[in-house]
Design a protein around this ligand. Structure first.
Ligand SMILES: C[S@@+](CC[C@H](N)C(=O)[O-])C[C@H]1O[C@@H](n2cnc3c(N)ncnc32)[C@H](O)[C@@H]1O
Length: 225
């Protein structure tokens, strides 16, 4: 099933992710010497695969509820887990058709997985539809973070889990410099960026249980509505 929804109104994001679609996986998974160097120098060596696996371990192996993966990106970190959760209903949403197409390429043979082109700030789902909302490396890219927190909360069931990770500022001068001077200018990241303190404040305001950790400049969390 494919649904198309428009609304983020920020085609800078589409162009940015169109331009990076062929290098994204290699950089994030440190698939070459240069990307290893980049991660070690600018991101204090934080291993995105390790962080992703920690977050995915919050979802039990026999999970059979509804999961929203927003933004799914290329599904580079979630492919294996989503394929294994055959009893779950998994919805993959992204604003960029280019990124979503790559996720479809990886996951389209799975009948328990569907794809939606849309905006996290205007999710096309009813209140309380999801048991789990996963948002990995999305909030530092989302243009309207307030709406994104509001919408991810709205579509989550009472007792459901909001899990994920993203860049927070204030942990490393080198990372903050890169984000401000390169990643934001390229359109891959969109300010304003949260500090750990800002993030904890938002999560505690919305959720009844909050567990939050940091690894370098990446915060990852598990919250219960
Ligand atoms: C850094 S990628 C993360 C993708 C994936 N979760 C991962 O960890 O590899 C950020 C993604 O956010 C998407 N994005 C940016 N703004 C969005 C919005 N308003 N709604 C939905 N997705 C958005 C981009 O298209 C891009 O695919």
């Amino acid at each position: 099933m494919n649904i198309s929804v428009f609304g983020a109104g920020d085609d800078r994001i589409k162009s940015a992710y169109h331009a990076s679609k062929n290098i994204y996986d290699n950089v994030l998974t440190q698939g070459s010497f240069l990307s290893k160097l980049y991660i070690n120098f600018f991101w204090s060596g934080t291993d995105d695969i390790e962080v992703a696996n920690k977050i995915l371990s919050y979802i039990p192996e026999d999970f059979d509820g509804t999961i929203l993966d927003v933004p799914v990106g290329t599904a580079v970190f979630t492919e294996k887990k989503w394929k294994s959760l055959t009893k779950a209903n998994i919805i993959c949403l992204d604003y960029s058709e280019d990124m979503l197409d790559q996720a479809k390429g990886r996951l389209s043979d799975c009948s328990h997985i569907s794809f939606v082109q849309g905006d996290v700030g205007k999710l096309p789902f009813e209140n309380g539809k999801c048991d789990v909302v996963l948002s990995m490396n999305g909030f530092h890219a989302f243009p309207d973070k307030k709406k994104a927190f509001r919408e991810t909360y709205r579509v989550l069931k009472k007792g459901g889990s909001f899990i994920g990770c993203f860049y927070i500022k204030g942990k490393s001068g080198r990372t903050d410099w890169l984000v401000k001077n390169i990643l934001t200018k390229k359109g891959w990241f969109t300010p304003p960026f949260l500090t750990e303190e800002n993030l904890l404040k938002v999560l505690h305001k919305l959720y009844s249980e909050v567990e939050c950790h940091t690894d370098g400049s990446i915060a990852y969390y598990k919250c219960r509505k």
